[in-house]
Design a protein around this ligand. Structure first.
Ligand SMILES: Nc1ncnc2c1ncn2[C@@H]1O[C@H](COP(=O)(O)OP(=O)(O)OP(=O)(O)O)[C@@H](O)[C@H]1O
Length: 585
């Protein structure tokens, strides 16, 4: 019970924001109409149940006019039923897609707000495979919440209506054993109740492991898919390293989990189906067996018997909602658990950081970037880099060096405001524009022009400017292919990608440009040319580079090292003498 109320509280938390959103009137309107239709459908079922009594009584009495009349009534009821069923489904689907659209936009917004998606990954939170959460889980949540919610409503109303009918029929067809009436008020209701409760309890007992098994299945499937995607994305590396056998082994191992869990689901489902199928079959005959003694003793009419059978069926259907909906309930709970995990993880990546001591990256009125009492840590809390009273002045050219793994890139991440682990303060001039160029720039799949200007919007920079930038970085051939679609990270060499990265920097004109080995794949003369280009085209920009080549010294006015101090590295401890500024070359 505690579990159920906790699950319902989560459903409420996930579901309610849509019905309070800007789309609330459409959502509420559609929901109200669908609910009303569901109720009218129950009412038609009640009318059809009463019709059955009259229809079979007319048949038994060979009453042709009554039979014809009942056929017309049936046609009217059936037509209304069909029309309602069609539009209930249509409007339900309409509500589903509006709700799903809103929820998807909402989750995408939260996930891609600030660097939440990146922090979630860093924290290694429970929300594995966010792609699955935003695609399948949102879709299933909307579909299943509506179908289960409406099913439950319909079951309760059906139950209430038919219990009243069965109660009345119990007086007409009393328990008749060994030639005597045994008057148990509402005995047909008790029979239906007992039948359904026993069925529900047994189904729960047999089927409950399916909840966990379904949850695991989704996770294994998503994991398998994710690893396939990784192979696709890194196929060149794998081919060069001849890693196919290793990949096959790893993929088959993951697929093995899918298979193993599936066998467990199969075996459990087999047991559950054996029970629910037997239960369903027995339910067809059970009410007739119960009232047969009264019928054969001619205490009731065929019409009463048929009405009892159908009313019994409706009560039992309603009560055994859990029996028939068991599998979807199990899946629904798994979907809810996953969406809940995703929401928690997004929220802890967004707000949780504020609770722990984190690096405070704040806009300042000053002109320089200032690192105060900064201690950058790893996600597990191990201190990595320390810096205090360290500033980067406007238009400075700083080269950061240090052994591999000393934390240079992580320091850049902290300055960019995406690395929360640690303490201290990083002051960034309020109006300045920072840009980070990594060793492997990211290009979205699509037209080359859009890939180069990313994350600027399509059309925000003129094609002429993009062309000029591409020519300037030594890619004149690409300057003619701005509209060509492509997967540029896959088709261009790393050196070419780095040139495009620099073209991106020229187009965005940042105040602070951080280059994290952003030219490391270029030959030295090209690197030399491109650094010269940067200083020419971005004369006001502050450039901070990470690089291992000594040839970079000449382009920087200051060289700072991440020097070893016990277990951590301290920034600027061993400042190298200033080099000649680039302009002097
Ligand atoms: N997401 C992460 N989770 C755990 N550890 C991490 C993570 N990112 C980086 N590290 C660790 O932090 C340390 C510093 O990494 P970083 O990439 O900053 O080094 P670097 O000085 O830039 O190295 P290189 O010169 O080789 O590029 C490394 O030991 C790395 O394993």
């Amino acid at each position: 019970m505690k579990n159920i109320s906790a699950t319902l509280a989560i459903v409420w938390r996930i579901a309610i924001p849509y019905f309070r959103s800007e789309d609330k009137w459409v959502g509420r309107g559609l929901l109200a109409v669908v609910v009303a239709m569901e109720l009218v459908l129950v009412a038609i079922n009640v009318l059809l149940n009463q019709w059955q009594n009259r229809f079979y009584s007319a048949l038994q009495a060979y009453d042709l006019p009554e039979f014809v009349k009942e056929v017309w009534i049936f046609l009217g009821l059936a037509f209304t039923f069909v029309a309602l069923a069609v539009y209930k489904l249509y409007l339900n689907q309409w509500l589903q897609i509006r709700w799903r659209q809103w929820l998807t936009q909402h989750y995408l917004g939260e996930w891609l707000r600030g660097a939440t998606h990146y922090r979630m990954q860093l924290k290694g939170d429970a929300a594995d495979n966010p792609d699955q959460r935003i695609t399948e889980d949102v879709k299933n949540f909307v579909e299943q919440t509506l179908s289960i919610g409406l099913g439950l409503l319909s079951s309760i109303v059906t139950l209430a209506s038919f219990v009243v009918i069965l109660w009345g029929l119990s007086y007409k067809a009393p328990l008749y054993i060994y030639g005597t009436d045994i008057l148990v008020p509402g005995f047909l209701v008790w029979c239906a109740l007992a039948y359904a409760i026993v069925g529900t309890a047994l189904t729960h007992w047999i089927g409950s492991p399916l909840i966990n098994l379904n949850f695991e299945q989704q996770r294994y499937e998503a994991d398998f898919r994710f690893n396939l995607i990784r192979v696709r994305e890194n196929s060149e590396q794998i081919a060069l390293l001849k890693g196919e056998n290793a990949e096959r082994g790893r993929l088959l191992q993951r697929f093995g989990f899918v298979i193993g869990n599936w066998y467990a689901i199969m075996s459990r489902t087999k047991r559950l189906t054996a029970f629910t199928a037997s239960y369903g079959q027995a339910a067809t005959i059970f009410p007739y067996v119960v009232v047969a003694p009264a019928y054969f003793a001619k205490r009731i009419q065929l019409g009463d018997m048929m009405q009892t059978g159908s009313a019994f069926g409706s009560v039992q259907d309603a009560l055994s909602f859990f029996v028939t909906a068991y599998r979807s309930l199990a899946e629904w709970r798994a979907v809810i658990a996953r969406l809940d995990g995703f929401e928690m993880s997004v929220s802890s990546a967004t707000h949780g950081a504020a609770l722990e001591p984190t690096i405070d990256v704040a806009p300042s009125n000053g002109k320089a970037i200032a690192l105060e009492q900064l201690l950058v840590k790893l996600p597990n809390g191990t201190p990595l880099v320390a810096a205090d009273g360290f500033t980067i002045q406007p238009s400075e050219r700083v080269l950061v060096t240090g052994p591999s793994g000393s934390g240079k890139s992580t320091l850049f991440r902290a300055i960019a405001g995406v690395w929360p682990f640690g303490s201290g303060k990083i002051a960034i001039p309020a109006t300045s524009k920072l840009m980070m160029l990594p060793q492997r720039p990211y290009f979205p799949v699509g037209p080359l022009g859009d890939a180069v200007i990313y994350p600027a919007e399509h059309g925000s920079i003129t094609p002429d400017k993009i062309r000029d930038a591409l020519i300037a970085v030594g890619m004149p051939r690409l300057a003619e292919r701005l509209d060509e679609d492509g997967h540029w990270n896959r088709t261009l060499s790393l050196g070419e990608q780095q040139r495009l990265g620099l073209a991106r920097a020229l187009l965005h004109v940042p105040d602070y440009l951080f280059l994290d080995e952003a030219t490391a794949s270029l030959d030295e003369p090209s690197e030399d040319r491109l650094y010269r280009l940067l200083t020419e085209k971005l004369p006001q920009a502050t450039i901070v580079s990470i690089g291992h080549r000594s040839t970079l010294d000449a382009f920087h006015t200051r060289k700072v090292a991440l020097a070893n101090d016990g277990d951590i590295h301290v920034l600027g401890k061993a400042n190298a003498p200033a080099q000649e500024p680039t302009a002097a070359r």
